[in-house]
Design a protein around this ligand. Structure first.
Ligand code: ATP
Ligand code: MG
Length: 224
């Protein structure tokens, strides 16, 4: 793969050490503080070198649902991560045609980076239980360590049980993220009702989604 075709961060230059790259995948429709806090905590607790946020192009599990364009979701992700030196937003998935499979993303990243770069795929603990059903999950297990951020109301037994019964040797690290019940759906509902998004997502994201009238936002009405 030619490096210049991708906006991936440089990593792995010093062959005498190991690098840890966090990958935060999601629809990010829109990105919110739950995503940002989970990624920041993973960065700290797991000693990651960087966390790359990759909005999905066409998420496998959101087929048939109306989502904001990849361009808008990427722009909001870029805005939300821009003030954090160890967060990077990437077009890697948005620019890939067809359904976005995490297995394919991780395989391509593994191919792109030298061997001393380890991948940590950060996801909500709720998604961990589903991963065993994802396309080519054995390849996910081979290429990355899964980091399951706990979300309120989620019982870890379900994820652990699903992994155990999958027969696949997943490496999973659970991360207790302080009670954050924020979700993109909640933000979309609030925007449609003209309610405030302040402290739920960075103000730059709120500004963008109003300016572009996403999620039923009224033009000019900065409800925050
Ligand atoms: P939606 O409400 O539309 O499903 P979402 O808030 O779950 O959106 P996604 O883009 O689907 O956002 O999530 C991307 C990843 O971030 C998923 O792995 C999800 O489990 C995780 N995640 C989402 N919200 C939180 C949160 N508040 N705390 C920790 N992880 C989260
Ligand atoms: Mg979700």
């Amino acid at each position: 793969m030619e490096q210049e075709r991708f906006d991936l961060p440089q990593l792995g230059q010093d062959s005498s050490r190991t690098y840890r790259l966090g990958i935060m995948g999601g629809t990010f429709d829109p990105i919110h503080n739950g995503h940002l806090v989970a990624a920041e905590q993973a960065y700290d607790d797991l000693n990651l070198d960087l966390v790359v946020f990759m909005p999905a192009g066409s998420p496998a599990f959101k087929q048939g649902k109306k989502i904001a364009s990849g361009e808008d979701r990427y722009a909001m992700t870029l805005l939300a991560t821009s003030d954090n030196p160890h967060f990077v937003a990437s077009r890697f998935e948005v620019d890939r045609p067809g359904i976005t499979y995490t297995s394919e993303t991780l395989r391509l990243l593994k191919e792109h980076y030298p061997q001393n770069v380890e991948l940590y795929f950060i996801t909500g603990a709720d998604a961990i239980a589903d991963i065993v059903r994802w396309n080519n999950s054995a390849s996910i297990a081979k290429n990355a360590t899964l980091v399951g951020a706990t979300r309120p109301g989620y019982n870890l037994d379900k994820a652990a049980g699903a992994i155990d019964s999958s027969g696949i040797d997943f490496h999973v690290i659970y991360l207790e993220v302080p009670a954050l019940a924020i979700s993109s759906s909640y933000l979309r509902e609030r925007v449609a009702k003209g309610q405030s998004l302040r402290y739920l997502t960075p103000d730059s994201v709120t500004g963008y989604l109003h300016k572009h009238q996403l999620y039923g936002a009224k033009a000019g009405k900065y409800a925050r």
